[in-house]
Design a protein around this ligand. Structure first.
Ligand SMILES: Nc1nc2c(ncn2[C@@H]2O[C@H](COP(=O)(O)OP(=O)(O)OP(=O)(O)O)[C@@H](O)[C@H]2O)c(=O)[nH]1
Ligand SMILES: [Mg+2]
Length: 369
């Protein structure tokens, strides 16, 4: 899973990136511009999973593999600077979801590109920039189709209708996620990865003093209302956290971090919370494989059948699929972490090709190639 951290300049993107990855990249009070010629920052982090930890304590495997999330942090979006925005948009199109950092902290020494701190305005302006990005893309495509047909080449007619439909919406400042598309259109749209149809997770970067406050909750509600009133599309997940504090927490050894979190009344550090929230937003679940060689979590889309899930491990296992020996993590633990006991209790199931894999299923695939 690849998540790109984005938002306006100086909203705290790199700070949040550090909080999520435990890295310590430099953050600055002035915004990084395209002139700085920076490359995107990459970070890969393990998805915390207590079930894996428990299975490891039972099996003591040679190897442990957690699911991972890849985070990227890059330049900010600027109102009206198309050349910088296009660079960011091209990167976004390659992601599974956008993590949109919105400045909600007060600090006179950190310049806001729009001169004042106004999270709601930023949420709405950011959406407007994404709409512009999609519109520009659609217009370019339409122009190309027109040129092709002028030269007598067969244009991609079906896509033309789709692009025209998108163009009309975007010109009316409507995000594509708020428009109804039929299944054919949805399939056609997939490769274009339209920005305003992407999954978005909003991170309100609040003051330390506003953690767990009514002010923060009120802001969360207002942002939610903005999306609800805007259209029928899915409302993004909205988190409020203090990037600066979360970054400090991410640098601490676990026991000290725990103490600090308790003191601040933070239930779950951003590093963990964002993983859960993005799994949820993207409809992802994990199934597990366990043994003395390796304990491992595999990420799949909710709704996947056993045979398709097997393909995640290896195409041979998918091709030669016979059955999926399955026990839920809860049943396994309730059987004292003993597969023989789980079998005796009838909790160890033989599932076929079309079994819908559930979150936390421990699976042993039987296959024949
Ligand atoms: N007070 C406070 N300051 C913060 C917080 N998050 C970030 N900052 C400060 O805001 C400034 C900008 O933070 P960055 O993380 O560099 O912001 P950015 O969005 O990556 O900026 P660009 O990449 O330049 O667009 C730095 O001085 C941070 O220390 C926060 O939660 N509270
Ligand atoms: Mg930055």
């Amino acid at each position: 899973m690849k998540l790109i951290i984005t938002g306006f300049s100086n909203s705290g993107k790199t700070t949040v990136f550090n909080a999520l990855t435990g890295q310590a990249l430099e953050t600055t009070a002035y915004s990084t511009s395209i002139a700085a010629d920076v490359e995107p920052h990459h970070g890969i982090v393990k998805v915390p999973d207590a079930r894996i930890d428990k299975l490891v304590s039972i099996y003591e495997p040679k190897k442990t593999t957690y699911a991972t999330v890849e985070y990227l942090d890059y330049l900010g979006i600027t109102s009206g600077d198309t050349s910088q925005n296009v660079k960011v948009f091209n990167l976004l199109k390659d992601a599974d979801a956008i993590v949109h950092v919105v400045r909600a902290f007060d600090d006179a020494s950190v310049i806001h590109p729009m001169k004042s701190v106004d999270p709601l305005r930023d949420v709405s302006s950011f959406e407007a920039e994404l709409i512009l990005g999609d519109l520009e893309f659609v217009e370019k495509r339409l122009k190309k189709i027109e040129e092709q047909s002028k030269r007598g080449k067969k244009p991609e007619i079906s896509d033309k209708d789709l692009f025209l439909k998108c163009k009309t919406a975007l010109e009316d400042e409507i995000s594509l996620r708020d428009i109804e598309f039929n299944d054919d259109e949805k399939r056609q749209m997939l490769p274009y990865q339209f920005l305003t149809a992407m999954q978005e997770i909003i991170v309100l970067n609040i003051n330390e003093s506003d953690i767990n406050s009514d002010k923060a909750k009120d802001l969360q509600n207002k942002v939610e209302t903005f999306f609800k009133e805007k259209g029928k599309g899915a409302v993004p997940q909205i988190l409020a956290l203090c990037g600066k504090i979360e970054m400090e927490i991410a640098q601490l050894p676990p026991d000290e971090a725990k103490e600090f979190l308790d003191e601040l009344g933070i239930e779950e550090p951003a590093m963990k919370k964002l993983c859960h929230v993005s799994y949820d937003a993207l409809g992802l679940i994990s199934f597990l494989t366990s043994g003395t060689d390796e304990v491992r979590a595999w990420t799949i889309k909710k709704g996947l059948h056993a045979q398709q899930a097997a393909g995640k491990i290896h195409s041979d296992i998918e091709r030669g699929f016979i059955r999926a020996e399955t026990v839920s993590y809860e049943d396994f633990i309730a059987s004292g972490g003993d597969m023989v006991k789980a079998k005796e209790k009838g909790l160890f199931r033989q599932e076929g090709k079309t079994y819908e894999v559930k979150d936390g299923d421990i699976i042993n695939f039987k296959f024949n190639v």
